[in-house]
Design a protein around this ligand. Sequence first.
Ligand SMILES: Cc1ncc(COP(=O)(O)O)c(C=O)c1O
Length: 393
Amino acid sequence: MRTDPLAFLGDELNSLKQQNLYRRLRILDAEQQAHTSFDGRSVVNLSSNNYLGLTTHPRLREKAIEAIEKFGAGSGSVRTIAGTMAIHMELEERLAAFKKTEAVVVFQSGFAANAGTVSSILGRDDVIVSDELNHASIIDGARLSRAAIKVFPHKDVDAARAILRDLPPAQKKLLITDGVFSMDGDLGPVAELAAAAEEYGAIMMVDDAHASGVFGRNGRGTIDHFDVHGRVDVQVGTLSKAMGALGGYVAGSRNLIEFLYHRARPFLFSTSHPPAVAAACLAALDVLEQEPELIDRLWENTRFFKAGLAALGFNTGISESPITPVIAGESALAMKLSDRLFEEGVFAQGIVFPTVARDKARVRTIVTATHTREDLQFALDTFAKVGRELSII
Ligand SMILES: Cc1ncc(COP(=O)(O)O)c(C=O)c1O
């Protein structure tokens, strides 16, 4: 009989179980909503990236259905062969106008946008200067590019400057930061890094996945929030979080976008979005423009919930966004906190090593515009009960 050549995977999984790092997927039984059902349990949902509640917004539903009826279920090809539909171009044009850049290219996801862009605009003779907490898709793109990767401590602008200063002026170099860091909810020092990039002739890139639809006027992101329009060469946004659907995009100069059309491998070698996805994203842009009160509500809820957690005495780190970590310390304690909250009707995902440092395991909470005050008060009361039970507060 043939021995299983993948037997080592079982050993790896057992090792994860022993370290309390094994994760079972929670199954969403209903819609992605602020109050919904996972694994058969009704919960207040503090784990989605559905910041504005757009996954179930009537306008997105309606436009997606309309697009299926008009154009079918799939695009049937990659963008560069037969898979560029008029609706894909319309979305790119709308996004470029929204972001106030010359052009935009849409990718299948934010992950593909980051990885495809970094790996295609840099090569083995180049240097990437990157914040230590930048997203995995940036790290993978950097590795694929074969450029030298120089990592600076989180948000340490002086350290980033020191790296840039030591590089020859003619060296092609990219300085890159997340706009909002996804595990801590803090903001990248976008304006200060843009100034450093200008001084040392670096390409400046910002991954605004968690800022899209959340920061800046009508959710235009951190470039708008910090008023650095024209000073960030490569802006990445996502259509998968606040925008309620799926996708990622790069906004920048016409040359950048045309280059990515020719060289970004996820664009060249992977099928484009179904028309319904593009239609839902266009509808999401309409909502951002026509219902700015959703963003106001998101921020009111954020302030209320953050203040409540702080008053209870939890360590909520350095967040400046609707992402608020509740730091427990050890992995096992964070997972226990998450499990007990879930049993009591609150879903806040445990996040452990290697996603965060070993001693900074946490549950991550994300409030949305569609949580009611009752939802959030219930969540706070539950955090108080479970936090005391586990001696975290
Ligand atoms: C900072 C950051 N960048 C990029 C992404 C990828 O975005 P998407 O989910 O659209 O692939 C994420 C999603 O987890 C993220 O948190």
